[in-house]
Design a protein around this ligand. Structure first.
Ligand code: FMN
Length: 191
């Protein structure tokens, strides 16, 4: 599979098989993150891997999933929940450059996971205050995002659209998630 093929085929996964993820696979994802471009090569991000079942459950309780297709893409603990989380942590006083760093690192991790047959959901709708304590962060740190990781139990598909009004993802009558993506021509001007 080429990198472009992976970038096009990877989709956010919100339903997971109840199978563990190996520490080696998680470490490879973090290896991808650490090699990613970041502003001034400052490397201000830190990561917390959550993989013991008790801790995953506590973190899971601080997350919110797929508002547009509730409740069918809200994973259920013990049934369809992720096997692990990677918390992406930055300084509390971070500027937009550091958030850009986080985005780039997360995308690298998602692609590394995809290559291994794992699925991810990037989570921004999280209870940062509670997670701060749960993850044992320092006062000057905060959780930017969580990345849920596990073995996919769904196969979402993307489809091309040209009208920005059509971007809402949806479930079809077979319970498959569709992710509309604007075409290159719809989002690009060439000078
Ligand atoms: C910054 C950011 C925050 C997100 N937060 C959430 C979230 O809290 N819950 C969720 O279910 N999905 C979340 N997502 C996943 C998006 O909904 C998903 O990427 C989008 O629907 C497009 O699907 P795709 O990743 O398959 O292209 C987030 C994605 C990004 C980039």
């Amino acid at each position: 599979m080429s990198i472009l093929e992976a970038l096009k085929a990877r989709r956010t996964i919100r339903l997971f098989k109840q199978i563990g993820v190996s520490s080696d696979d998680l470490r490879d994802m973090l290896d991808a993150a650490r090699q990613t471009s970041c502003a001034c090569n400052g490397q201000l991000l830190r990561y917390v891997v959550v993989k013991s079942s008790d801790d995953v459950k506590k973190v899971f309780e601080q997350t919110a999933w797929a508002g547009l297709v509730k409740p069918r893409r809200t994973p259920v603990w013990g049934v369809s929940a992720p096997a692990a989380f990677i918390a992406v942590v930055g300084p509390k006083d971070a500027n937009s450059m550091t958030y850009a760093d986080a985005g780039a690192a997360i995308q690298s991790m998602q692609i590394a996971a995809y290559e291994k047959g794992l699925g991810c959901c990037w989570l921004g709708a999280i209870n940062r205050e509670k997670l701060h304590g749960l993850l044992g962060l320092q006062e000057k740190q905060e959780v930017f995002f969580l990345l849920a990781v596990g073995v996919p139990a769904e196969q979402p598909v993307s489809e091309d659209i040209t009208d920005p009004k059509d971007v809402n993802y949806y479930l079809d009558d077979k319970n498959q998630l569709h992710i509309p993506k604007l075409t290159v021509d719809a989002i690009t001007r060439w000078l």
